[in-house]
Design a protein. Structure first.
Length: 254
Protein backbone atom coordinates (compact mmCIF):
# COMPACT_ATOMS: atom_id res chain seq x y z
CA UNK A 1 0.00 0.00 0.00
CA UNK A 2 1.28 3.51 -0.78
CA UNK A 3 2.29 5.53 2.25
CA UNK A 4 0.22 8.60 3.13
CA UNK A 5 3.12 10.80 1.97
CA UNK A 6 3.23 9.06 -1.41
CA UNK A 7 -0.52 9.41 -1.86
CA UNK A 8 -0.17 13.10 -1.00
CA UNK A 9 2.63 13.50 -3.53
CA UNK A 10 0.71 11.76 -6.32
CA UNK A 11 -2.30 13.98 -5.65
CA UNK A 12 -0.05 17.04 -5.85
CA UNK A 13 1.53 15.92 -9.15
CA UNK A 14 -1.87 15.23 -10.68
CA UNK A 15 -3.32 18.55 -9.53
CA UNK A 16 -0.24 20.46 -10.73
CA UNK A 17 -0.51 18.98 -14.23
CA UNK A 18 -4.18 19.92 -14.43
CA UNK A 19 -3.73 23.44 -13.10
CA UNK A 20 -0.75 24.23 -15.30
CA UNK A 21 -2.43 23.11 -18.53
CA UNK A 22 -4.09 25.53 -20.92
CA UNK A 23 -6.66 22.82 -21.68
CA UNK A 24 -7.58 19.51 -20.00
CA UNK A 25 -9.58 16.60 -21.39
CA UNK A 26 -10.64 13.87 -18.98
CA UNK A 27 -9.94 10.30 -20.06
CA UNK A 28 -10.51 6.85 -18.55
CA UNK A 29 -7.90 6.53 -15.80
CA UNK A 30 -6.61 10.07 -16.13
CA UNK A 31 -6.57 13.08 -18.42
CA UNK A 32 -4.78 14.76 -21.32
CA UNK A 33 -3.18 18.19 -21.01
CA UNK A 34 -2.53 20.58 -23.85
CA UNK A 35 -0.90 23.96 -24.39
CA UNK A 36 -0.70 25.17 -27.98
CA UNK A 37 1.68 27.95 -26.93
CA UNK A 38 4.29 25.27 -26.22
CA UNK A 39 3.53 22.80 -28.96
CA UNK A 40 7.10 21.40 -28.88
CA UNK A 41 6.97 20.65 -25.15
CA UNK A 42 6.14 17.02 -24.44
CA UNK A 43 5.39 17.71 -20.77
CA UNK A 44 2.79 20.33 -21.73
CA UNK A 45 1.05 18.06 -24.24
CA UNK A 46 0.71 14.60 -22.79
CA UNK A 47 -1.54 11.99 -21.20
CA UNK A 48 -1.40 11.62 -17.41
CA UNK A 49 -2.66 8.39 -15.86
CA UNK A 50 -3.44 8.83 -12.16
CA UNK A 51 -5.92 5.98 -11.56
CA UNK A 52 -6.61 2.42 -12.68
CA UNK A 53 -6.74 1.98 -16.44
CA UNK A 54 -7.14 -0.87 -18.93
CA UNK A 55 -3.49 -1.49 -19.91
CA UNK A 56 -4.31 -2.97 -23.30
CA UNK A 57 -6.52 -0.01 -24.16
CA UNK A 58 -3.96 2.64 -23.15
CA UNK A 59 -1.97 2.82 -26.43
CA UNK A 60 -5.14 3.48 -28.43
CA UNK A 61 -6.33 5.93 -25.79
CA UNK A 62 -3.07 7.87 -26.07
CA UNK A 63 -3.30 7.79 -29.86
CA UNK A 64 -6.74 9.37 -29.81
CA UNK A 65 -5.63 12.04 -27.36
CA UNK A 66 -2.27 12.87 -28.95
CA UNK A 67 -2.68 11.80 -32.56
CA UNK A 68 -2.42 15.36 -33.85
CA UNK A 69 1.09 15.72 -32.39
CA UNK A 70 4.43 14.46 -33.78
CA UNK A 71 5.22 12.84 -30.41
CA UNK A 72 3.48 10.83 -27.70
CA UNK A 73 4.09 11.08 -23.97
CA UNK A 74 2.24 9.15 -21.28
CA UNK A 75 3.01 9.70 -17.58
CA UNK A 76 1.79 7.04 -15.17
CA UNK A 77 1.93 8.18 -11.55
CA UNK A 78 1.29 4.83 -9.86
CA UNK A 79 4.03 2.20 -9.85
CA UNK A 80 1.68 -0.81 -9.97
CA UNK A 81 -0.42 0.66 -12.76
CA UNK A 82 2.74 1.44 -14.73
CA UNK A 83 3.93 -2.13 -14.30
CA UNK A 84 0.75 -3.39 -15.91
CA UNK A 85 0.90 -0.80 -18.71
CA UNK A 86 4.58 -1.18 -19.58
CA UNK A 87 4.27 -4.20 -21.88
CA UNK A 88 1.39 -2.88 -24.03
CA UNK A 89 3.04 0.53 -24.38
CA UNK A 90 6.46 -0.95 -25.15
CA UNK A 91 4.84 -3.19 -27.77
CA UNK A 92 3.34 -0.02 -29.29
CA UNK A 93 6.80 1.51 -29.67
CA UNK A 94 7.12 3.55 -26.49
CA UNK A 95 10.41 3.96 -24.63
CA UNK A 96 10.09 3.59 -20.86
CA UNK A 97 11.88 5.61 -18.20
CA UNK A 98 11.44 5.61 -14.44
CA UNK A 99 11.47 8.56 -12.07
CA UNK A 100 12.15 8.05 -8.39
CA UNK A 101 9.90 9.94 -6.01
CA UNK A 102 12.24 11.11 -3.26
CA UNK A 103 10.98 12.45 0.07
CA UNK A 104 13.11 14.72 2.23
CA UNK A 105 13.46 13.04 5.61
CA UNK A 106 16.65 14.70 6.83
CA UNK A 107 16.95 17.86 8.88
CA UNK A 108 16.09 21.15 7.22
CA UNK A 109 19.41 22.86 6.41
CA UNK A 110 20.34 25.95 8.40
CA UNK A 111 22.94 28.54 7.51
CA UNK A 112 25.34 28.30 4.61
CA UNK A 113 25.09 29.89 1.19
CA UNK A 114 21.64 30.94 0.05
CA UNK A 115 19.76 31.38 -3.19
CA UNK A 116 17.29 34.12 -4.00
CA UNK A 117 13.92 34.23 -5.70
CA UNK A 118 14.14 35.62 -9.25
CA UNK A 119 11.80 36.11 -12.20
CA UNK A 120 12.04 34.12 -15.39
CA UNK A 121 13.90 36.87 -17.23
CA UNK A 122 16.89 36.35 -14.93
CA UNK A 123 17.10 32.73 -16.06
CA UNK A 124 16.39 32.97 -19.79
CA UNK A 125 20.01 33.06 -20.97
CA UNK A 126 21.39 30.29 -18.74
CA UNK A 127 18.29 28.14 -19.35
CA UNK A 128 18.66 28.49 -23.12
CA UNK A 129 22.35 27.66 -22.87
CA UNK A 130 21.66 24.50 -20.87
CA UNK A 131 18.87 23.39 -23.22
CA UNK A 132 21.29 23.88 -26.11
CA UNK A 133 23.65 21.52 -24.33
CA UNK A 134 20.93 18.93 -23.70
CA UNK A 135 19.39 19.18 -27.21
CA UNK A 136 22.08 20.42 -29.61
CA UNK A 137 20.15 19.54 -32.77
CA UNK A 138 16.86 21.39 -32.15
CA UNK A 139 16.03 24.77 -33.63
CA UNK A 140 15.72 28.11 -31.84
CA UNK A 141 11.92 27.92 -31.57
CA UNK A 142 12.08 24.67 -29.61
CA UNK A 143 14.58 26.18 -27.17
CA UNK A 144 12.44 29.31 -26.81
CA UNK A 145 9.38 27.25 -25.91
CA UNK A 146 11.31 25.11 -23.44
CA UNK A 147 12.44 28.28 -21.67
CA UNK A 148 9.15 30.18 -21.86
CA UNK A 149 7.02 27.25 -20.69
CA UNK A 150 8.45 27.77 -17.22
CA UNK A 151 6.23 30.82 -16.79
CA UNK A 152 3.15 28.61 -17.26
CA UNK A 153 4.21 26.66 -14.19
CA UNK A 154 3.03 29.57 -12.06
CA UNK A 155 -0.49 28.27 -12.65
CA UNK A 156 0.34 24.85 -11.26
CA UNK A 157 0.45 25.51 -7.52
CA UNK A 158 -0.64 28.09 -4.97
CA UNK A 159 2.97 29.23 -4.50
CA UNK A 160 5.57 28.98 -7.27
CA UNK A 161 9.07 30.38 -6.89
CA UNK A 162 12.09 30.39 -9.19
CA UNK A 163 15.27 30.21 -7.11
CA UNK A 164 18.77 31.10 -8.25
CA UNK A 165 22.24 31.04 -6.71
CA UNK A 166 24.71 33.47 -8.27
CA UNK A 167 28.47 33.74 -8.49
CA UNK A 168 30.30 36.61 -6.81
CA UNK A 169 30.17 38.36 -10.19
CA UNK A 170 26.38 38.03 -10.28
CA UNK A 171 26.13 35.31 -12.93
CA UNK A 172 23.35 32.73 -12.53
CA UNK A 173 25.15 29.55 -11.45
CA UNK A 174 22.39 27.19 -10.32
CA UNK A 175 18.60 27.34 -10.24
CA UNK A 176 15.43 25.37 -9.51
CA UNK A 177 11.67 25.70 -9.22
CA UNK A 178 9.82 25.41 -5.93
CA UNK A 179 6.11 24.56 -6.01
CA UNK A 180 4.12 24.70 -2.78
CA UNK A 181 0.62 23.93 -1.53
CA UNK A 182 0.82 25.20 2.06
CA UNK A 183 -2.76 24.16 2.84
CA UNK A 184 -1.92 20.53 2.05
CA UNK A 185 1.60 20.81 3.46
CA UNK A 186 3.25 19.71 0.20
CA UNK A 187 6.24 21.14 -1.67
CA UNK A 188 8.06 19.97 -4.79
CA UNK A 189 11.56 20.97 -5.87
CA UNK A 190 11.85 20.66 -9.64
CA UNK A 191 14.51 21.07 -12.35
CA UNK A 192 17.52 21.75 -10.15
CA UNK A 193 20.24 22.56 -12.68
CA UNK A 194 23.76 23.98 -12.37
CA UNK A 195 25.51 25.72 -15.25
CA UNK A 196 28.40 23.63 -16.56
CA UNK A 197 30.92 26.37 -15.84
CA UNK A 198 29.96 26.40 -12.16
CA UNK A 199 29.69 22.74 -11.25
CA UNK A 200 31.07 21.41 -7.94
CA UNK A 201 31.24 24.81 -6.25
CA UNK A 202 28.30 24.48 -3.87
CA UNK A 203 25.76 26.42 -5.91
CA UNK A 204 23.38 23.48 -6.23
CA UNK A 205 23.57 22.95 -2.48
CA UNK A 206 22.68 26.60 -1.95
CA UNK A 207 19.58 26.31 -4.14
CA UNK A 208 18.45 23.02 -2.58
CA UNK A 209 18.99 24.22 0.98
CA UNK A 210 17.12 27.46 0.32
CA UNK A 211 14.20 25.57 -1.25
CA UNK A 212 13.95 23.22 1.73
CA UNK A 213 14.00 26.12 4.19
CA UNK A 214 11.36 28.04 2.26
CA UNK A 215 9.13 24.97 2.11
CA UNK A 216 9.50 24.32 5.82
CA UNK A 217 8.75 27.98 6.57
CA UNK A 218 5.48 27.60 4.60
CA UNK A 219 4.49 24.63 6.75
CA UNK A 220 5.19 22.03 4.04
CA UNK A 221 6.15 18.90 5.93
CA UNK A 222 6.05 16.76 2.78
CA UNK A 223 8.97 17.99 0.69
CA UNK A 224 9.86 15.96 -2.37
CA UNK A 225 11.49 15.85 -5.77
CA UNK A 226 11.75 13.36 -8.62
CA UNK A 227 15.01 12.00 -9.98
CA UNK A 228 15.89 9.82 -12.94
CA UNK A 229 16.35 6.28 -11.65
CA UNK A 230 19.23 5.72 -14.08
CA UNK A 231 21.20 8.91 -13.42
CA UNK A 232 23.69 10.01 -10.76
CA UNK A 233 21.77 12.92 -9.12
CA UNK A 234 19.66 10.46 -7.13
CA UNK A 235 22.74 9.63 -5.06
CA UNK A 236 23.52 13.31 -4.58
CA UNK A 237 20.01 13.82 -3.21
CA UNK A 238 20.30 10.79 -0.94
CA UNK A 239 23.36 12.34 0.69
CA UNK A 240 21.25 15.42 1.38
CA UNK A 241 18.47 13.68 3.27
CA UNK A 242 16.18 12.39 0.54
CA UNK A 243 14.98 8.79 0.34
CA UNK A 244 13.04 6.91 -2.32
CA UNK A 245 9.39 6.40 -1.37
CA UNK A 246 7.91 5.53 -4.76
CA UNK A 247 8.20 5.66 -8.52
CA UNK A 248 6.45 7.33 -11.40
CA UNK A 249 6.90 6.35 -15.01
CA UNK A 250 7.20 8.05 -18.37
CA UNK A 251 6.53 6.44 -21.74
CA UNK A 252 7.55 8.34 -24.88
CA UNK A 253 7.40 7.72 -28.61
CA UNK A 254 8.31 9.81 -31.63
Amino acid sequence: MPTPELQQIKAFLSAFARRQAARVVDLPGGFAVYDDSFAHSHADNQVVIDAAVDPEALPALAERALGHLPFRMVSVLDDDVAGACAEPLTRAGYAHSTLLVMLHTGPVPTGGATAREVDLDALRVPLARRWRGFLPDVDDEVVRQLVDRREARRRGADVVRFLCARTEEGEAASWADLYMDPAAGTAQIEDLITAEAHLRRGHGDAVLSTALRMAADQGCGTRFLTADAADWPRHWYERRGFRVVGRSHCFERS
